[in-house]
Design a protein around this ligand. Structure first.
Ligand code: ADP
Ligand code: MG
Length: 695
């Protein structure tokens, strides 16, 4: 594993290359998550530059994550002209601050409040790395992106703030348990990334894949995923060599790509790194998506990260494995071995249950997008209803806590907070509920609603903040307590009573659950325009402002950008469908109809006695589908026009969902019907069978 981390300016490299005092100062900054001390910035910058230049870097960039969800870079050369020559230069100022033009990134109204310029500042808790693209090597400095008035224009800043909020509140709880050593709690994440691979030649023949990242037409092939022969099946050679190269590239970048296997759908795969601190996991997941796409091209394939590239087979998600750890080495969601550890575990667990129940709408909103609308609620992904899976044992413990710890449970065991040791909880994967959106998996939670193309920043901002709030309420209640154990027991009992409704261990895909959830009063938010509204509700604003994660203005800007993205996505999809109907599907159908008609005349000319009813029937069928398609194209154009004229963005988003999307489905049905009856020689698009099974 010599290559591991070779392109990363790691703490080891820093220790080697920096004067001792500077390294110590920087290390402290990193451990405590403080801004970089300007007095050492020049020294750090020089060491970083020398390290990068030795490895062939010619440029540097402040690598940041604007609100589009992807990453952005502004490249600068190290070269500085001097009198009569050039030097390779990189100052502390350039390390600490960059000034990209903020006006070219979405700001959701924040732009108006400041000049177009924003600045980027190194997040020194996330290490700098070298990106190799063709023969250009660039030093990338992970940064936060803010406006000059201090508003966050990116996804990293709120994430760092939410980590801070969680740390503050979690440390308060640890103190209540007598812990004086921990000074910081960090949330940790291991995201499992799903993706599809298709041969590049097919991709280039599909306008929909190129424009929208998903197929907007496509009839089902005779074989889908029903044989279940792809999941964990043998990986094809071409894919093996692709994965090998992906791993190498990721290892160089210090990303611990670990597992890789086939997913449920044909052509679908997964890669998961070992968990890390959330902001680093977020940066690394961006690199994972980037590397997956870039390496695919080298193998004449295209990596599709869209949530639903193909109708009728599974879509792609991203499982967000989440926990929190203290800097004295504890995983706070690990039950531990002693009654004391168990009591602490139950407190953090109960805070999580409370948070998920109280802010289910926000969690739902954090996973809302046009792409993910094809998954959530459909019968393959967790439903749009937020519930939690605890497993049998832990649910029983919850029940006992609710009843009052002194009562004996069915099993005869008795749970007394601070006195009882919990039974070992299974961490076995076989015992897991794979239909639950928020599942406890032994020492962490797995939030399974995220779409595959998401930045994991958004959902983790929400998870960190809502749990910080629950912990805050616990700490507020318990800090003044005269009898900690008794008061804790009471608090956990109340919490269990109030929030047990969010716990559901059954099949989340069953229709009965939808009814049951309704009875329990759990929200079931069907689509993106509805879900996003949760972000700007009064409770949400109060929550984020209280924990200094988002100002009200920042929150509204996020809302606007997300709604805008939804609208733009559907608009592009609708236009692409119209284009494909007019420029490829309808002309192909017309040509084939002509061929059939000519064959009828030709055959009839030979003898009027020959039966041409099959040809006639076929011609009728083509013509009637063609005519339906023509009508639906016109109808879609009309409704799209009307929708684009709606000035209120909320109403516009709703109209896209209710009207435009409905028409798109009609149009697709026509296209798919034609695909089924038109000769393969005439059909202009690569088929599902080709795209899914030929790699
Ligand atoms: P599965 O497919 O069964 O869900 P995987 O092994 O594919 O399991 O993924 C599990 C993920 O959970 C890995 O990325 C792993 O590093 C991560 N994980 C393990 N422990 C923690 C933790 N304490 N905090 C966050 N993530 C964790
Ligand atoms: Mg998983």
């Amino acid at each position: 594993m010599e290559i591991f981390g070779q392109n990363v300016f790691t703490q080891d490299v820093m220790r080697e290359r920096l004067p001792k005092a500077v390294y110590k100062n920087l290390k402290k900054t990193i451990d405590e998550g403080l801004p970089l001390d300007p007095s050492i910035a020049d020294v750090v910058a020089t060491a970083m530059k020398e390290w990068a230049v030795e490895r062939g870097a010619t440029h540097f960039t402040h690598w940041f994550q604007p609100m589009t969800g992807v990453t952005a870079e502004k490249h600068d050369s190290f070269i500085t002209p001097t009198d009569g020559g050039i030097v390779m230069d990189f100052s502390g100022k350039e390390l600490v601050k960059g000034e990209p033009d903020a006006s070219s990134f979405p700001s959701g109204g924040l732009r108006a409040t400041f000049e177009a310029r924003g600045y980027t500042a190194w997040d020194c808790t996330s290490p700098a790395f070298l990106k190799e693209e063709a023969d250009v090597i660039t030093l990338c400095i992970p940064t936060a992106f803010c406006s000059y008035t201090g508003e966050a224009l990116d996804k990293k800043t709120p994430l760092l703030r939410s980590m801070e909020a969680l740390s503050t509140q979690a440390v308060r709880i640890l103190r209540l348990f007598g812990n004086q050593t921990a000074t910081k709690v960090t949330s940790t994440v291991g995201p499992e990334q799903e993706y599809f691979l298709v041969d590049k030649s097919y991709f280039l023949d599909r306008l929909d894949l190129m424009m929208a990242g998903r197929t907007l037409y496509g009839a089902m092939p005779p074989k889908g995923q029903e044989m279940e022969d792809h999941y964990f099946g043998a990986i094809k050679e071409r894919v093996v060599s692709y994965m090998k190269e992906v791993n190498t590239e990721l290892w160089k970048l210090g990303v611990t790509a670990k597992t890789q296997h086939n997913e449920v759908a044909p052509g679908q795969f997964e890669v998961a790194p070992i968990f890390e601190t959330t902001n680093i996991a977020t940066d690394h997941n961006q690199l994972v998506m980037d590397v997956l796409k870039r390496v695919a091209i080298r193998h004449d394939m295209i990596c599709l990260i869209h949530e639903k590239p193909f109708a009728g087979v599974n879509g792609s998600g991203k499982h967000n494995n989440w926990s929190m750890g203290s800097n004295d080495g504890q995983n706070l969601l690990d039950p531990g071995n002693t009654p004391h550890e168990n009591a602490q575990f139950l407190t953090f667990l109960m805070a999580t249950i409370k948070a998920v129940d109280e802010y289910a709408g926000l969690l739902r909103a954090s996973c809302a997008s046009a792409g993910n609308d094809h998954r959530l609620g459909a019968n393959e992904a967790p439903p749009a209803i937020i519930s939690m899976f605890l497993g049998e044992q832990l649910s029983e413990i919850l029940e006992q806590i609710e009843k009052g710890a002194t009562k004996t449970s069915k099993g005869g065991s008795e749970i007394k907070i601070g006195v009882t040791t919990l039974p070992a909880l299974p961490k076995d994967t076989t015992d897991r509920n794979r239909t639950s959106p928020f599942a406890f998996t032994g020492n962490r939670f797995e939030f399974r609603m995220l779409g595959s193309s998401f930045s994991i920043a958004g959902p983790n901002v929400i998870i960190n903040t809502i749990i910080a709030e629950a912990l805050k309420q616990f700490a507020d209640k318990l800090e003044g307590s005269k009898n900690f154990t008794a008061d804790l027991e009471k608090l956990l009992q109340e919490t269990a009573k109030k929030h047990k409704r969010v716990v559901f261990n059954g099949n989340n895909y069953a229709d009965e659950w939808v009814k049951e959830a309704k009875k329990r009063g759990l929200p079931n938010i069907p689509n993106t325009p509805e879900a996003l509204k949760e972000l700007v509700k009064k409770e949400a604003v109060e929550l984020f402002v209280a924990h200094k994660v988002f100002s009200e203005k920042e929150l509204h800007s996020r809302y606007e950008i997300l709604v805008e993205q939804y609208v733009k996505t559907l608009n592009i999809e609708a236009l692409t469908m119209i284009d494909m109907a007019k420029h490829s599907i309808m002309p192909a159908a017309t040509s084939f109809a002509t061929e059939v008609a000519q064959s009828i005349s030709a055959v009839t000319a030979v003898s009027s006695k020959i039966d041409v009813s099959a040809q006639k029937e076929l011609l009728e069928e083509i013509s009637s589908n063609l005519s339906s398609m023509n009508k639906n194209v016109k109808a879609l154009e009309k409704v799209l026009d009307a929708t684009l004229n709606i000035s209120d963005i909320d109403k516009q988003a709703a109209a896209f969902r209710e009207k435009v999307f409905a028409k798109m489905l009609d149009l697709r049905a026509d296209g798919d019907a034609l695909e089924k009856i038109i000769s393969a020689d005439f059909w202009p698009l690569p088929t599902y069978a080709e795209m899914l099974f030929i790699l």
